[in-house]
Write a protein that binds this ligand. Structure first.
Ligand SMILES: Cc1cc2nc3c(=O)[nH]c(=O)nc-3n(C[C@H](O)[C@H](O)[C@H](O)COP(=O)(O)OP(=O)(O)OC[C@H]3O[C@@H](n4cnc5c(N)ncnc54)[C@H](O)[C@@H]3O)c2cc1C
Length: 405
């Protein structure tokens, strides 16, 4: 629509990440692309998508429930996830010419190339003639009868609706440094406390001394006040600052905002009873061993030294002097106090964001400002590791797109 010599867009989408791109396709189809503006501060659209899933883009998950999402505000996300879930995402990408594949519940493009997902999105946006503004950071949004969106290059765009899809504070090199939350605080929207999530954890160093670089399959648990709140089997990598690996990445969602410990079962394939029985037999059969060799053949030698130390033995002890039960207890419950994480720049997603109590959970429209909508990670919704965050970006973008009439 042209009004008094200026163009009025049906919707101005701020941020061309996963959610902003999906919204511009849906709205471009509904209202013609030229009536939709997509504004991106970087010199290209969808840069983050290229880094997702180690370049393979874990788009979604075949096993999604509300339990995979987190927000201070109950199940705010349920409507969007239930109505525009994995099936809807697969159909959307099929229509853009991308087939998908499932590996251990994780949904990927069949090509296993994140670039193919980005290409499908951007070529569709181009074909719809969505008005795309690159190298244009939105610095301010105001509203009288229309929204005015102020770009860093001095341009001011006018629109009936605005969708804020600026992402969170994680991975600032991909355009998301957290500075864009302020775009909506002037309207009265509040930001909840922010934490890096899907991130490596820092732990007390004494218990990981000498273990740097070791990788093992373990069962890992997050323990808060003595209670297990989440557990995961998977890879744990010891580093100089703490722990990493896919099990830790997954559990970090549950750990970063709490005072907690990580408990590792270092021999998950054996039960406590089996291990006690075996080590008692070994104590009898192999009493000629030095203590430093006692756990050899069961767990990695470097981890074994730490286990023996933390069970209260030192290497001058004789095998016959050790209490097997004490050692097994340490092996099955190797606890590390979590003292921090490696920060927003190393995290994949931001826990916290725009307080969703002031956002309608069906339309994703602001309850404060009519015509102001939100999509994706910018809101206080984060998902587990495993495709849940791109799914949220998609589901929320679809919910918004269907709301704008
Ligand atoms: C390394 C890495 C790997 C990941 N892997 C996966 C994975 O495999 N599966 C999964 O589900 N999730 C993954 N994630 C998380 C997922 O990528 C994000 O949750 C998702 O991209 C969020 O989408 P979004 O549209 O909300 O925001 P983003 O994709 O973050 O997009 C926001 C966009 O807004 C732009 N922007 C910000 N401020 C402004 C402004 N003021 N003006 C104009 N533009 C602005 C930014 O430049 C950016 O392009 C990964 C994240 C990272 C960092």
């Amino acid at each position: 629509m042209i009004r008094e010599n200026f163009k009025v867009y049906k919707a101005i989408i701020i941020g061309a990440g996963a959610s902003g791109m999906v919204a511009s396709i849906e709205l471009g189809k509904a209202f013609k692309g030229e009536n939709i503006a997509l504004v991106e501060k970087l010199s290209r659209v969808g840069k983050k998508i290229l880094s997702t899933g180690n370049g393979q883009c874990n788009l979604s998950n075949a096993n999604i429930s509300s339990e995979n999402y987190h927000s201070l505000n109950g199940e705010f996300y349920s409507y969007a996830i239930e109505n525009y879930g994995a099936k809807s995402l697969i159909k959307f990408f099929n229509e853009l010419g991308v087939l998908t594949t499932v590996e251990e519940d994780k949904i990927y493009p069949l090509s296993k190339q994140a670039s193919s997902v980005l290409d499908a999105l951007r070529f569709k946006i181009e074909s719809l003639n969505v008005a795309t503004f690159l190298d244009s950071k939105v610095e301010k949004i105001t509203k009288d009868d229309l929204f005015s969106v102020y770009l860093s290059n001095g341009q001011v765009l006018k629109g009936e609706n605005v969708i804020v899809s600026v992402g969170g504070k994680s991975a600032s090199h991909l355009g998301t440094d957290g500075s864009s939350y302020d775009l909506v605080t002037s309207f009265g929207h509040k930001i909840t406390k922010l934490y890096p999530s899907l991130v490596q954890l820092k732990t007390d160093k004494a218990k990981i001394k000498g273990m740097k670089g070791l990788k093992l399959k373990a069962n890992a648990k997050v323990v808060v006040d003595g209670k297990v709140i989440k557990e995961r089997d998977g890879e744990v990598l010891f580093t100089d600052y703490g722990v990493s690996g896919n099990a830790i990445f997954y559990l970090s969602s549950y750990a970063v905002d709490k005072k907690c410990e990580i408990s590792l079962d270092l021999a998950p394939s054996l039960s406590t009873e089996e291990l006690i029985r075996f080590l008692n037999e070994k104590k009898n059969n192999c009493s000629y061993l030095n203590l430093e060799n006692f756990l050899s053949g069961i767990i990695n030698n470097k981890i074994a030294s730490a286990v023996l130390r933390n069970s209260g033995f030192d290497l001058s002890n004789k095998v016959r002097e050790v209490f097997v039960e004490k050692i097994v207890k340490t092996i099955k419950n190797y606890t590390l106090e979590v003292v921090g994480n490696t920060g927003f720049d190393n995290s994949q997603v931001t826990k916290g964001g725009i307080d969703v109590s002031k956002i309608d959970n069906v339309t994703l429209e602001s309850k404060i400002v009519k015509g102001l909508y939100f999509a994706g990670e910018v809101m206080d919704v984060d998902g587990d590791c495993g495709g849940y965050n791109l799914q949220w970006a998609f589901s929320s973008a679809m919910a918004v797109s269907k709301s704008i009439k």
